[in-house]
Design a protein around this ligand. Sequence first.
Ligand SMILES: NC(=O)C1=CN([C@@H]2O[C@H](COP(=O)(O)OP(=O)(O)OC[C@H]3O[C@@H](n4cnc5c(N)ncnc54)[C@H](O)[C@@H]3O)[C@@H](O)[C@H]2O)[C@@H](O)CC1
Ligand SMILES: Nc1ncnc2c1ncn2[C@@H]1O[C@H](COP(=O)(O)OP(=O)(O)OP(=O)(O)O)[C@@H](O)[C@H]1O
Ligand SMILES: [Mg+2]
Length: 344
Amino acid sequence: HLCSAVLPTAPVLAGPTAPLFAPHALYAAPLIERSFSLHKTHTLKDMENIFQLVRNVIPPLTGKRHKGQDGRIGIVGGCQEYTGAPYFAAITALKVGADLSHVFCTKDAATVIKSYSPELIVHPVLDSPNAVHEVEKWLPRLHSVVIGPGLGRDETLLENAKGIIEKSKMKGIPIIIDADGLWLISQQPSLIQGYQRAILTPNYMEFSRLYEAMLRDPVDSSDHHGCVLRLSQAMGNLTVVQKGERDLISDGEKVVVCGHEGSGRRCGGQGDLLAGSLGVLAHWAFLAGAERTNGQNPFLVAAFGACSLTRQCNSQAFQKLGRSMTASDMVAEVGAAFGKLFET
Ligand SMILES: NC(=O)C1=CN([C@@H]2O[C@H](COP(=O)(O)OP(=O)(O)OC[C@H]3O[C@@H](n4cnc5c(N)ncnc54)[C@H](O)[C@@H]3O)[C@@H](O)[C@H]2O)[C@@H](O)CC1
Ligand SMILES: Nc1ncnc2c1ncn2[C@@H]1O[C@H](COP(=O)(O)OP(=O)(O)OP(=O)(O)O)[C@@H](O)[C@H]1O
Ligand SMILES: [Mg+2]
């Protein structure tokens, strides 16, 4: 069933050198041509496999677990200008299946974010003089942290985010870096370089900034594949998710493509849903380990899961609302989209 639903946008696993099939050609070719391609079996197998790998890491709802076991996620972001982004990330983490979702934001953003949702735990600490310590106290209770949605670019806040990244690394916690967190990384790549429990989720601009900072070259728009691979390698093989018409996910060894059908609508906040869902999936995949992911890098599997989920939410919300669809409408689709992709 899934095969036919996602055939035109099948994920592809490819190595850095001479892959068995050329992913670009595969995507450029019309469906009919691809169906007769020599590589059909290989592609279908990979596609089914990677969805199956996502399913493998999802914890079963057994009734024997206590609150918190399926995920306690921290979101670092939210300032005077941006209160939506951390909200979208945090609420999505809950709707994907985390038990608790914490937001660490500035004082003036906190009341606003709390008023969006009673489900979120909101800490107004990010602009306090001892912000890093205030967040550090919570780190032993968190399974993953998402740094950057709605963080803004205030120097003090970026400095605090830096301290939080350093403390999270010391604890070995998976770190998802998005939005203004990526701005910080572009200025100081060594902050995260080589930490393979980190996942970067750049959009077009964020990717260009990072790539130029690391490779000292502009992005080669005729070779997205090579660019994402090289950026991951330059960062020390952490996972990079280049968001776009197709999402390219790489750990410097492989490139996984997610071209799952979404829609033409690009409202703000979609990336925040991706970051929040990845917070949970990264924890689940990391906990499940390489055995459950069939030897594949768990973070590649988590990223593929989060990308396909976000795109499925986009597709479902768009079918209902068309052009008026916004990020909140996508949040409302998380449950059904997750069920459709991973639980049927
Ligand atoms: N409701 C909210 O509070 C939201 C807040 N947001 C926050 O806003 C802050 C800035 O995020 P931005 O994503 O705007 O980051 P940037 O300040 O890097 O801006 C990206 C810019 O690139 C442009 N762009 C995007 N794709 C492009 C493409 N393919 N080709 C050319 N230009 C392209 C966009 O129009 C945008 O102006 C972050 O803190 C982010 O989290 C966003 O997440 C959106 C929602
Ligand atoms: N052209 C596109 N076609 C289909 N899906 C897309 C396209 N561009 C982005 N997406 C999807 O939208 C999601 C968010 O990507 P996007 O590039 O909008 O992030 P962003 O700019 O960080 O968003 P945000 O407004 O939340 O900051 C990703 O899951 C990506 O797969
Ligand atoms: Mg973004």
